[in-house]
Structures are given as C-alpha cells and as structure tokens.
Ligand binder design. Structure first.
Ligand code: ZN
Length: 298
C-alpha cells in the first residue's frame, strides 16, 4: 500500500494519501480524476513518489473497509499520469522483494537521469545540510564539492534504488569515502570514539580534527543501504556509517573500525525542507554555485 502521492513525475514534494489531501490537490480535475458512470465508479490516479509510476488511489471514502486510504500501482500506463516503467516499479520500495545489492547495481540510462541531476543542482545546499546533520560532521564545502564530483563521475544517479526521496543520502553513499582529516563540527559520540581509539588524533579549539603524527587517514564510509516496510506500510530506509582508520594500512579488512552508526533516512523532513516557501528559505549560494559548476547550468 503506497501511502503518499504526488501529481506529476517532476514534482519534488509528495503528500499523505488522505481524503482531505486528495480533495485539496486533485478534486475532480483531469487527468487525475476519472468520472465513472456512477459515483462509486469514480477513480483517482496520482504518481508514486518512489518510482514515478501511476497509482490508483483507493479507499478514500469507503468507511466500511478495513483498509485506510492508499495507492496501488496500476501496473499499466494511465493517460496523463506519471510514466509507466515496469523495471522502476519492480524496484519501488513497495514492491521490492530483496534488499539493494552492491553499489554498482545500475539501471540503464533514461530520461530520469536529467530530472535527478536537476534536482541535485537546485537543492544541493539542502542536501548538504541534511548530510551534515545525519553524518554527524559539518564537512566543509570543499569536501561537499569532492563528494558531488565523485558521485557525478561515477554516475551515482544510475544506482537502481535512487529516487527523489532518498537523494541526499544516496549522494554520500555513492561517492568516494569522506576524508575526515581537518574537518570540524563532529557529533559528540564520534569525537569521543576518535579520541578514545586514535592516539594521534586531536581536536583544535575550532573543533577541527588534527594529528600529532605525520599521517592521519580517517574516512567515513556509508554502506549497507537497506529498505524495509514497517508493519504500518511506512518505508524505512537506512545505511550504516563506518569510520575507519587507514593511517597504517590500505586494506579495509585490516583498517581499525573507529566508530559505527546507523542513519535512518527522514524522507519527509527533507521534503519539507525542499518545500520551504522562498520568502522563508535560507539558501547557501556557495554550495549552489559548486553544484552548477559540477553538474552544468540548467
Ligand atoms: Zn512505486
């Protein structure tokens, strides 16, 4: 049961499927509303925010049903609504039968690429804001630039499980590991792990990670992207974070693990950030400029 909808493929914000939201946003307008010969045959359609396929909105009015309002993939094209793409539908979190595979599990190039890249270009400052909070380190704009560059060069937008809702986390997931040397603004628990386990590490007055040894190579690497449906049919998506010490070895199996955590994606929070009205939004022009330099002008 899909629990959120949007109107158009290119929409970056979605809504709960409820009678009120559907009445406010679709009402009896085409192409989303299709009148039946009798009122009970009326149908509402919308777009699944995870896979952009058409969904039919069900159980909006019937009170005698045990099912709450929800969407169900139509499994075929619906005139004017979304874009039917079976392979994307099979990878929709609501249809997924197995966990995401390796990071190089890619889909063929398609018209979706441009929409994803445009989204990153327009929202890169908010993506970075989300990641700085969730990763527990206020990495610099230069680090953000390297992250985006490697994501783009590795065609991270082709990862089979990327979509508008999980975009921020999929950027760091598919980029080169983040080098923590000289970064600052660490969450307390990360700082404590580093202080406890890396004897040459120290933090200066600004909270910047420094080293008393000539060489310190601490990297933060996301892994194990996981997608689950909870018992209420909400999508729970997460990844692990590992901070490892590569100062003495390049071998991942021998590099000491300094800290680990699990990041659970708050898709709705990111969407609310994207939906901030322009007069209340605080944008970071430097980060937006970095994104334009790497991804190109619209
Ligand atoms: Zn879907």
């Amino acid at each position: 049961m899909v629990l959120r909808f949007k109107l158009r493929t290119e929409d970056r914000v979605s809504y709960d499927i409820s009678k009120d939201q559907v009445e406010a946003r679709i009402a009896r307008n085409r192409p989303w509303f299709v009148a039946g010969t009798e009122r009970r045959d009326d149908r509402h359609y919308a777009v699944c925010p995870w896979c952009d396929n058409p969904i039919q909105l069900k159980a909006l009015y019937r009170r005698d049903t045990i099912k709450r309002p929800h969407g169900s993939h139509t499994g075929k094209p619906q005139a004017g609504v979304g874009r039917f793409d079976l392979s994307r539908q099979l990878n929709c979190p609501y249809r997924l039968t197995r966990q995401p595979g390796a990071k190089d599990d890619r889909r063929p190039r398609s018209e979706d690429d441009r929409a994803l890249i445009a989204f990153v270009r327009d929202e890169f400052d908010r993506i970075v804001l989300t990641l700085r909070r969730d990763l527990g380190v206020s990495f610099s704009n230069d680090a953000a630039r390297r992250m985006l560059q490697s994501w783009f060069e590795n065609s991270g937008f082709l990862y089979r499980h990327i979509n508008f809702r999980n975009l921020p986390w999929m950027i760091v997931y598919l980029a080169v590991p983040l080098n923590l040397y000289r970064q600052k603004g660490f969450a307390e628990e990360i700082k404590a792990s580093i202080q406890q386990k890396v004897s040459s590490a120290e933090f200066d007055q600004a909270g910047r990670l420094q080293s008393t040894a000539p060489w310190l190579a601490l990297t933060l690497q996301p892994l194990h992207h996981r997608i689950r449906r909870d018992p209420d049919d909400r999508i729970e998506e997460s990844m692990k974070l590992w901070i490892k010490d590569y100062s003495r070895t390049n071998d991942p199996s021998r590099a000491p693990l300094i800290h680990q955590a699990v990041v659970t994606f708050d898709h709705d929070r990111f969407e609310r950030l994207v939906a901030t009205p322009p007069d209340r939004a605080r944008r970071d022009d430097d980060l937006l400029e970095i994104a334009r330099q790497i991804l190109g002008e619209p």
